[in-house]
Design a protein. Structure first.
Length: 205
């Protein structure tokens, strides 16, 4: 009986450890004090609906003490992002790319398989330059504001840390929105805090 109990205990510990490993985010290398972060995306990155210094990249810079470049372009779709990203990576030489893209593809009902390929390409471009990547999932327009599966699929496939619930939860709270699709200053501040926590969770800070 003691042997059986001991084996059961070992099995239980193994299952717990396995579940913990499966639920953990991929880890990133620690950023040096002079690192630059490139926040890349559309209006959610730009900060539409709030003052420029209230955008999530501006707040994230305050939280991290690092330079965070706001490279958001309102209205941009992923096919445009693929063309714009390489020059920014080469110009700013970031050590971390925060990728928040695809919202306008969803709004315009564009081909999601193509959008997914574009997001993969952007991640690959960054990694080819030695830049770590962290991704934010964007929800589909609608009542439930659920991100399409492509975000978690890409994150799992490419080993990218991802914030799945951050934007949906903010956009589900009227007090945190400036309009139907953009946060207000409080929403962007919460977005920056959630990203800051994720950056710490994955070991980059």
């Amino acid at each position: 009986m003691k042997c059986l109990s001991f084996r059961f205990s070992l099995l239980f510990i193994a299952v717990v450890l396995l579940l913990a490993a499966c639920s953990s985010q991929p880890q990133l290398q620690k950023l040096p004090p002079d690192a630059t972060i490139l926040a890349f995306g559309d209006s959610l990155t730009y900060g539409s609906g709030a003052a420029r210094d209230e955008s999530y990249p501006a707040v994230l810079s305050q939280l991290t003490g690092l330079e965070v470049i706001n490279a958001g372009v309102p209205g941009e779709v992923t096919s445009q992002g693929v063309k714009r990203l390489p020059e920014l990576l080469d110009e700013h030489l970031p050590m971390l790319l925060i990728l928040c893209h695809g919202g306008n593809d969803l709004l315009r009902k564009q081909d999601l398989n193509r959008a997914a390929d574009n997001i993969r390409s952007m991640i690959t471009m960054a990694r080819e330059r030695g830049v770590a990547v962290l991704m934010l999932a964007v929800p589909k327009p609608g009542v439930f504001l659920t991100p399409p599966p492509l975000y978690e699929e890409i994150a799992s496939e490419m080993g990218v840390p991802i914030a799945v619930d951050t934007i949906p939860e903010i956009l589900s709270d009227r007090s945190l929105k400036s309009d139907t699709i953009h946060p207000n200053s409080d929403g962007y501040r919460l977005m920056a805090k959630e990203i800051f926590q994720l950056i710490k969770e994955v070991g980059a800070l």
